[in-house]
Design a protein around this ligand. Structure first.
Ligand SMILES: NC(=O)C1=CN([C@@H]2O[C@H](COP(=O)(O)OP(=O)(O)OC[C@H]3O[C@@H](n4cnc5c(N)ncnc54)[C@H](OP(=O)(O)O)[C@@H]3O)[C@@H](O)[C@H]2O)C=CC1
Ligand SMILES: O=CC(=O)O
Length: 287
């Protein structure tokens, strides 16, 4: 494949770009805080000074940015991606955003002759490092087919979900479920503890039953120790709850459980826990 541009070297972007480099792709990176690109240079990446410079150099560019405001800013601002989009350029936004944001970006890119794919991912820091993400793509099918070699490195499975918005919506539904589960799990650990049970035994019981899952297994032991090293920052999980609730509004879907979970994530943010892992919502329930 041609050289790949990569915009946004946060927790996920860094892991994904390093993975592409390890598999022999040439990668040019850009990050708002440019100094964060230094580590990528040690892995063999080149650096672009602006999003526009990366697009100019690369046929395909991936973005992995925090939220809708960041995704829009990197495309539309001065020296943004749009400045050098033209026929033959492919832009792949893998950030978790809402369908409307994705549509705005798609329209802008395609109106300049470029092609666009939204491709948010399920899976956190470790799956990103291990190339085990689940990719939820939608938009330009030709572009999807062209970037499958990169998706094969980044993920264990890619879905092509059709028209723009479908990838964004699927991701929000999945993360809405995950955020609600994390709240129920946190309440369960607190209830076990406060009612005189050993929370570690709860984890063992859960792991053997019908609701066993990798998230409980991976996060549970650290939560019991009140340790929340950020893999999926809580502020991003709360953003996903907010966007999923807005999708529920649009479709008149009652979501009382998700709405309650969103409140606890907001509470956690108000306590300054936004940069910790989303499992830190446990703190709001255990105190
Ligand atoms: N972490 C996870 O487990 C997962 C995250 N996601 C999603 O992936 C995306 C990235 O997540 P993650 O890597 O964890 O997040 P991080 O907070 O670690 O990284 C966010 C990135 O966005 C950049 N950014 C933020 N605001 C702006 C802006 N206004 N203009 C330009 N760049 C900006 C940051 O740049 P700077 O370094 O300068 O701050 C950084 O590169 C999010 O949408 C998240 O919801 C999806 C699946 C899993
Ligand atoms: O978006 C987060 C994830 O773990 O998936």
């Amino acid at each position: 494949m041609e050289e790949i541009g990569f915009l946004g070297i946060g927790i996920m972007g860094k892991a994904m770009a390093v993975n592409l480099l390890r598999h022999g792709f040439k990668v040019t990176v850009w990050n708002r805080t440019l100094s964060r690109c230094d580590e990528l240079v040690q892995h063999g990446a080149s650096v672009g000074e602006t999003p526009a410079a990366v697009i100019k150099k690369c046929k395909y560019t991936i973005a992995m940015l925090s939220d809708p405001a960041a995704a829009l800013s990197v495309v539309f601002d001065k020296h943004g991606a749009l400045e050098h989009v033209c026929a033959g350029k492919g832009y792949i936004d893998m950030s978790t955003v809402d369908a409307d944001t994705s549509s705005q970006i798609s329209q802008a890119i395609t109106s300049k002759g470029g092609s666009f794919l939204e491709a948010p991912v399920s899976g956190s820091k470790k799956p990103a490092e291990d190339g085990q993400l689940v990719i939820l793509a939608a938009g330009d099918k030709d572009l999807y087919d062209q970037v499958v070699p990169a998706f094969d490195v980044l993920g264990k499975k890619s879905f092509f979900l059709g028209k723009i918005g479908n990838g964004a919506k699927m991701k929000l539904v999945v993360n809405m479920i995950m955020g609600s589960m994390m709240n129920a799990f946190s309440e369960g650990i607190v209830l076990a503890d406060k009612s005189g049970l050993d929370p570690h035994t709860l984890l063992d019981v859960l792991d053997l039953g019908a609701i066993a899952n990798p998230m409980f297994k991976m996060k549970g032991p650290a939560m019991i120790k009140n340790s929340y090293p950020p893999a999926f920052p809580l502020k991003h999980q709360q953003k996903d709850m907010r966007l999923a609730l807005a999708l529920g509004d649009e479709n008149a879907v009652p979501m009382p459980v998700a709405a309650a979970a969103n409140e606890t994530f907001k509470k956690a943010r108000s306590l300054g826990l936004g940069d910790l892992d989303f499992s830190a919502v446990f703190e709001t329930l255990s105190k």
